[in-house]
Design a protein around this ligand. Structure first.
Ligand SMILES: Cc1cc2nc3c(=O)[nH]c(=O)nc-3n(C[C@H](O)[C@H](O)[C@H](O)COP(=O)(O)OP(=O)(O)OC[C@H]3O[C@@H](n4cnc5c(N)ncnc54)[C@H](O)[C@@H]3O)c2cc1C
Length: 553
């Protein structure tokens, strides 16, 4: 009998891996968020994501995700004859993930798609897909984000958009127009500064044919095998934005040298490089001196994906934790039924559902570029969401790992991969303080942003007195500092956090089951919370909330 086997060769009481489920259709919170944003089209949208969800929940994708991270990219600077090649070699599992992700439309496809609400669909797909192997999300994100920035120049947008929006993954450095799909990256960060790009020292010299030659370095350029990069460089007119292809129009390799790949905490499947530009060919995007204004569209779209990417990690962490605890018993019963564990799981579930609702709401804003409310809300809500959701992810991931006990600390559980990835979104594309300060900046420079925020939160008015009072208090506080933002810098994080939580609460009140909204408002706004996960008050229906988070396998 297995139970009498002292070596437990057929182990008792070990959970099975969470595979063979659908990360879209089995995820109640994600479905609610899709329903909230897609209204009558939600059913069709969920149907269109069913294959993605089934693939994401398969054992095959789990295996590819682990392999792509175990076999890290390798840099080849020169060939065997000593000529520069500056190529990065990836494991076949990386290419498999890229092919699938791009094929599911998670790169720039929504910009040319005639589907209904393509950005909401992509956002939901991104949440359901990327946590299985977060590294490959980076090139897909930058490709998605490059397209709105390219629109600063009609000719450049026309030249590149269709190739970037392709659902075909066509790897390798070849003449751009011989490829069936392309990927984009960005080069802003330099050695002397990443947040303050005004200090960039890379220069751009105009040439007679209208192009420029770029000379200098970039300190952090991810996915250097991508086909083109939006980079910043100094011109006579000031900091400007450029399109830098890896392969020149005549088919020759551009003078881009990869110095080194970064040895990173997580995100190890993806290559992040240090570059030198030795009079590299580039084309200006936007006016000279308008570099930040031009690339900001790429930054904004990337920040959306930071929110979605952190949300993806949270959703997977919660799914894994509820799954494991539903199968593992201690002290006479399943862990998920133990009141202390139930409280932890419910608290984690609230956090991830709030992030999911917020992420899809932000994606909905992208669908309506001519709607004043949506545009103003996006500007206001993006930095505060990026700040808050990306800060919450590492805390949630570590607590979810704890739900596994020792097994969660071991690589093949998948939890270390999620954990190591979790701080990244908070660091790149505007580290924490920078996003919090951007909230202040938006409040003072774009008063319509605060109005859009107040209107949006106001849509939940009347459902909760606690929430209504908190929303009023925020608007009062913001108005009091709006005239003097410099003096409020020290309060930037506090303000961004509170604005984010109130916005999340208003969305949950409108779109999630009552027990979820009530527990979120009581804990995050009413103060009935102990500061760590698992401290919901007695009024919270932890059993129902935890059960909602358990994937329907
Ligand atoms: C894995 C990874 C991939 C990356 N990929 C890319 C890429 O593809 N392209 C690219 O261009 N960059 C990339 N980056 C770089 C990233 O965007 C920068 O690291 C980031 O913008 C911060 O810049 P920095 O590292 O120079 O830090 P700094 O600018 O030196 O900031 C350090 C700290 O100071 C804080 N800070 C800055 N200003 C203020 C202020 N006024 N008040 C208070 N606090 C402040 C910041 O929030 C941060 O916490 C990547 C980074 C990582 C980790």
């Amino acid at each position: 009998m297995t139970g009498n086997d002292p070596f437990q060769r057929q182990p008792l009481n070990q959970a099975t891996p969470l595979v063979g489920y659908n990360t879209v259709t089995s995820d109640r919170a994600l479905r609610s968020a899709i329903e909230a944003q897609a209204d009558a089209d939600a059913r069709a949208m969920i149907d269109s994501l069913t294959e993605l969800g089934a693939t994401a929940g398969s054992a095959e994708v789990r295996e590819h995700g682990m392999l792509a991270n175990a076999h890290e990219p390798t840099l080849h600077t020169v060939d065997r004859f000593g000529s520069r090649v500056d190529e990065v070699e990836f494991h076949p599992s990386w290419h498999w993930m890229m092919r699938k992700g791009i094929g599911f439309g998670l790169a720039a496809h929504p910009w040319v798609s005639d589907e209904l609400l393509p950005h909401v669909r992509r956002a939901a797909g991104y949440i359901a897909w990327t946590a299985m192997e977060p590294g490959h999300a980076c090139p897909m994100t930058m490709t998605y984000a490059a397209v709105p920035a390219l629109r600063a120049d009609d000719a450049l947008a026309k030249e590149w958009t269709d190739l970037l929006a392709s659902t075909t993954y066509d790897f390798g450095l070849r003449a751009p127009h011989t490829k069936s799909g392309m990927l984009a990256g960005m080069g802003m960060t330099e050695k002397q500064g990443g947040s303050d790009v005004r200090t960039n020292v890379t220069t751009a010299q105009p040439q007679n044919d209208g192009s420029y030659l770029l000379r200098g370095h970039k300190w952090f350029t991810s996915a250097p095998m991508n086909d083109l990069f939006l980079v910043l460089a100094q011109t006579g007119g000031g900091l400007s934005c450029f399109v830098l292809p890896r392969v020149c129009p005549d088919g020759s390799r551009n003078a881009v040298q990869i110095v080194r790949l970064k040895d990173k905490l997580g995100n190890r499947s993806n290559a992040s490089s240090e570059l030198e530009l030795h009079d590299a060919y580039a084309v200006r995007l936007g006016d000279e001196g308008a570099g930040v204004r031009t690339i900001i569209e790429m930054v904004a779209a990337t920040r959306l994906d930071c929110v979605l990417g952190s949300t993806a990690l949270m959703r997977r962490a919660v799914a894994e934790a509820t799954w494991h605890t539903s199968q593992r018993s201690a002290f006479g019963g399943p862990l998920i039924d133990k009141p202390a564990m139930r409280n932890v799981l419910a608290d984690l579930a609230l956090e991830s559902e709030a992030a999911t609702m917020l992420g899809l709401r932000l994606a909905r804003c992208v669908e309506s570029p001519h709607d004043e409310h949506e545009v103003a809300l996006r500007r206001m809500a993006l930095p505060l969401s990026k700040f808050w959701v990306c800060k919450r992810a590492p805390m949630l991931c570590v607590e979810a790992m704890g739900c596994f006990g020792g097994n969660g600390y071991v690589e093949d559980s998948g939890m270390p991969l999620i954990y190591r990835e979790s701080p990244l979104n908070s660091i790149w594309e505007g580290s924490g303080n920078v996003n919090a300060l951007d909230v202040l900046r938006a409040l003072t420079r774009q008063p319509e942003g605060l109005q859009a925020y107040a209107d949006e939160v106001g849509r939940a008015r009347g459902a909760s007195r606690v929430l209504d009072d908190a929303a009023d208090a925020i608007v009062r506080e913001v108005r009091s500092i709006a005239g003097d933002p410099g003096s409020a810098e020290g309060a930037a994080r506090r303000l961004a956090s509170r604005m984010a939580v109130v916005l999340q609460a208003s969305l949950l009140v409108r779109h999630s089951p009552e027990q979820v909204a009530d527990a979120f408002v009581a804990s995050r706004i009413g103060g009935d919370h102990g500061g760590v996960f698992g401290t919901l008050g007695a009024g919270a229906d932890a059993a129902a909330i935890a059960a909602r988070a358990l994937p329907e396998v």
